[in-house]
Structure formats: structure tokens, C-alpha cells
Design a protein around this ligand. Structure first.
Ligand code: RB5
Length: 176
């Protein structure tokens, strides 16, 4: 039985999961479901409902992917927005904020997303669970999407507009 569980874990891989206080309860519930399904779990916290800062957990999930301790990530905050912004600061991460199963499937098929971001305050927990299941079970389609993913690499400063001025610089000029 223990051998079977270990084999399932090896096949399914390890999911790094993290949340802030707003996502803590959902994280605990999802974690138990994932363990039952045979996934390895790396819980990077938080470990209580006390107020914390979501970037800390988003960065910890990114670190787990970079080090190879996990091959997928799930991040949860109140809206999912904060953790997705923070996680995507890491060039090795493609975090997708999903609010339904179709988005979770397409995030894998088209974007090869490696982190699923969820908003605990906006999502029914059964939908959150269905998003996780589909995200972890769906393969990247490759093909035409490879070309687009290649264009997601971080861009050199000043290279974000065809004339080379950079969108940040233009925004500053325009006082936005
Ligand atoms: C915490 O109150 C909340 O701001 C956080 O969980 C998240 O929703 C931020 O994007």
C-alpha cells in the first residue's frame, strides 16, 4: 500500500501550494484532496489564518519550481490577483489566474502555465477544486503556442516598443 502511494506520487509529481491568510482555509482543503489523489505536496505556507503578505508565498512557490522540488504550483489569496502578479515576477513561472475550468484547461493547453492562481474570496470551493484537477491533468499542446511562449521572456529595458523608447518611458513622459 505504501509502495502504491509512493508510485502514484512519482507519476503525478509534486505540487507546491501556498496561500496567504485569505487563502489558508482553501489551501488546507485542496491539500487534503491532492494528497488523496496521489500527488506529492510541498506546502510553503501560510500555516494559519493570521494576516501575512501574499508575495512571500508566491515567491516560495516559484523557488520550489526553480529548485525542482515541485513541478507545478497552486497559489491562493483573496482574489488570486496578488499571488499571480507576484509569482509572475519570477521568469521561470507562468502563473494563470483562473476562475473556471475552461480557463484552467486552456492555461495548460495554450500557455503551458506551471502555476494556477485562485481567489478564495471569489470562487466556490468545488469550482476551485475542479480547476486544480483539470490544471494538473492537462498537457500543453505545443505547436503554434511554442512561438508565443518564446515571446514571453523578460524584455531588455527600452525594448518594449517598436521604436525602442519603451512603454514605461512613454507613460512617464505622458504623466500617466
Ligand atoms: C488580503 O486581504 C488580500 O488583499 C489578498 O488576499 C489578495 O486578494 C491580494 O491580491
Amino acid at each position: 500500500m505504501a509502495d502504491e502511494a509512493e508510485r502514484d506520487m512519482a507519476i503525478r509529481g509534486t505540487v507546491a501550494i501556498g496561500a496567504d491568510h485569505a487563502g489558508f482555509a482553501l489551501k488546507e482543503w485542496l491539500k487534503a484532496r491532492l494528497a488523496e489523489s496521489g500527488y506529492g505536496i510541498l506546502d510553503v505556507g501560510t500555516h494559519s489564518a493570521d494576516s501575512v503578505d501574499y508575495p512571500d508565498f508566491a515567491h516560495a512557490v516559484g523557488d520550489a519550481l526553480v529548485s525542482g522540488k515541485a513541478n507545478r504550483g497552486v497559489l491562493i489569496c483573496g482574489t488570486g490577483i496578488g499571488v499571480s502578479i507576484a509569482a509572475n515576477r519570477n521568469p521561470a513561472v507562468r502563473a494563470a489566474l483562473c476562475q473556471n475550468v475552461d480557463a484552467a484547461r486552456l492555461a495548460r493547453q495554450h500557455n503551458d502555465a506551471n502555476v494556477l492562481a485562485l481567489g478564495a474570496r471569489l470562487l466556490d470551493r468545488d469550482i476551485a477544486a475542479a480547476c486544480v484537477d483539470v490544471f494538473l491533468a492537462t498537457a500543453y499542446e505545443g505547436g503554434r503556442h511554442d512561438r508565443r511562449l518564446a515571446k514571453l521572456s523578460p524584455r531588455p529595458a527600452g525594448d518594449s516598443e517598436p521604436d525602442g523608447t519603451g512603454s514605461l518611458q512613454s507613460l512617464r513622459r505622458e504623466g500617466v
